[in-house]
Design a protein around this ligand. Structure first.
Ligand code: SF4
Length: 507
């Protein structure tokens, strides 16, 4: 087609009759009647959200409202509406108050919820973080609805931790000296701001700038406090490492992400009932590993549902001595992967270039003398003992002179100047019993179900809701964000398993 000539012109020049098309008038004004009730279909999920929220006890949200009938003041938005807006937004993968406010202007589902009104984004943002206790009660209320439907039994609960990126970049992590420099600068800037009332700029802009600087100063002060706490609590082994804290989110911690990269994150702990994959407990921690997270998870479930789970199923990251003792005390059956899988010791030997004929099992232990004997008949004497998790590791070592003159040294301990050592690992009685249980086919069959149940909500929350990174900062606020996401997940399960089938049956 020639430049600057429409198809109609070209066809006319070519002797063809021009087509008759409908005109597009973008200058017109149109008044249109909207029947709000018909904005969404009868089986639209937004109706289900409104319905289930309406069934719950929202009193904890209402008691804080000061605007009442017969007294001067502006009316407020009903908490049922604000909760429904957030739940629908999370369901659709949104987690921004500004985005919801924008969607209220044109999206049929949001318009149906609000009755064609637009809710201010400040109202939405404040509501999301202002009602921690009430939100916890709402989460419990939804669990009550799901339990009533028979979707929660607590016979078997799978527990897993997943890392979610914090709202901070790698570059926001600084050493103490750098943080102090930034803090000094921020304080100077705050002092130079002066009184916003006397500024020539608009008072609104001046106040916003002053607030932003104050918040920056507070974050830096918090980062220095967090860094000092980390320095005080770190172990001797990690003392050589330099401690850093984020100036953007001082409560975020550097953690290993799923794909092997390290980044500022929080560790979200989710417990899922196996009956219908319902989340029965959610928590957020700053711990980089899940090792100590099972006992708090059991306590959360008990607080939410009034009873303990009969059985908890976990991966190897949670099976340790403390967990075994805690679950035994709480009379919760524990099923899980063994902390050190078979083959790991062999893998290490292979990496060191040890021949299979000289793996630890080739060294005979003599209990009467408490020493080992190597394939060449030399004695390995007891050297040290250390407790590691649920096992006691006793090390035995051969004399260096025996190994130096040995014909098997290249296969047995290549490149080692000291004599060869072997470690005998003895399980604690609790771990020995757990290992015996986990070798049974029944326990193995239960454990195989773990990933399908435990990882399902994690994947849903990250992939469908897009919660791969928190929008909010600080442990309290990211916990609220995690609870909103898990609450939405449970409501979606209720829609899928209860509300939709009922609608279909009525149709
Ligand atoms: S290298 Fe040392 S431990 Fe290994 S077989 Fe020879 S003497 Fe025994």
């Amino acid at each position: 087609m020639e430049k600057d000539k429409s198809w109609a012109t070209l066809l006319k020049e070519g002797g063809q009759r021009p087509i008759r098309s409908k005109p597009i008038n973008r200058q017109q004004m149109l008044l249109r009647a909207v029947e709000v009730e018909k904005l969404v279909e009868k089986d639209h999920p937004v109706r289900a959200i409104w319905e289930v929220v309406g069934r719950l006890n929202l009193e904890p949200f209402y008691v804080e409202i000061e605007s009442v009938e017969g007294v001067a003041g502006r009316p407020v938005w009903d908490p049922q509406l604000l909760i429904s807006l957030w739940l629908y937004a999370y369901k659709e993968g949104g987690s921004s108050a500004r985005e919801i406010a924008r969607l209220c202007e044109y999206h049929p589902a949001y318009q149906w919820l609000t009755g064609l009104e637009v809710v201010n984004h400040h109202t939405l943002a404040d509501f999301r973080i202002r009602h921690k206790e009430a939100l916890d009660q709402l989460f419990i209320g939804v669990l009550g609805v799901l339990s009533h439907e028979g979707l929660i039994t607590l016979q078997r609960v799978m527990h897993d931790g997943t890392k979610v990126k914090a709202c901070a970049s790698d570059k926001s992590f600084h050493r103490k000296a750098t943080l102090e420099d930034h803090l000094r600068l921020a304080r100077e800037q705050v002092e130079q701001m002066g009184d916003p009332q006397s500024e020539e700029r608009s008072q609104r802009v001046a106040k916003a700038q002053q607030r932003a600087l104050r918040e920056k100063q507070e974050r830096l002060e918090e980062a220095i406090r967090a860094l000092e706490q980390m320095e005080a609590s770190r172990s001797e082994a990690s003392e050589k490492k330099e401690t850093r804290a984020s100036s953007t989110d001082p409560e975020a911690r550097v953690m290993l992400q799923a794909k092997g990269a390290y980044g500022p994150s929080y560790n979200v702990q989710i417990s899922t009932d196996a009956r219908a994959k319902i989340i029965v407990g959610v928590g957020v921690t700053q711990a980089a590993t899940d090792a100590a997270e099972l006992e708090p998870a059991v306590e959360r479930i008990e607080a939410n549902l009034g009873e303990k789970p009969k059985q908890m199923v976990v991966d190897a990251g949670l099976t340790n001595q403390a967990t075994l003792e805690a679950t035994a005390e709480k009379q919760v059956d524990l099923i899980g992967a063994l902390p050190e899988r078979k083959g790991v010791a062999e893998k290490r030997m292979k990496q060191r270039g040890v021949s299979p004929d000289f793996y630890p099992q080739a060294f005979e232990y003599d209990a009467s003398t408490d020493c080992c004997r190597c394939p060449a008949g030399k004695v390995l004497s007891y050297e040290t003992e250390e407790r590691q998790g649920a096992s006691v590791r006793r090390r035995y070592r051969a004399k260096a002179s025996d190994c130096r003159g040995c014909a098997f040294q290249a296969q047995c301990c290549p490149g080692t100047k000291k004599g060869r050592s072997v470690v005998r690992s003895e399980a604690t009685p609790e771990m020995a019993a757990f290992q015996a249980k986990m070798e049974t086919p029944e326990a193995q069959a239960i454990y195989k179900q773990r990933s399908g149940v435990a990882e399902f909500p994690n994947a849903w929350i990250k992939d469908k809701m897009g919660l791969r990174q928190f929008r909010l900062r600080g442990l309290v606020k990211v916990t609220l964000e995690a609870v909103w996401a898990c609450l939405t997940y449970n409501v979606c399960q209720w829609i899928r398993l209860c509300w939709k089938p009922q609608r279909l049956a009525q149709a």
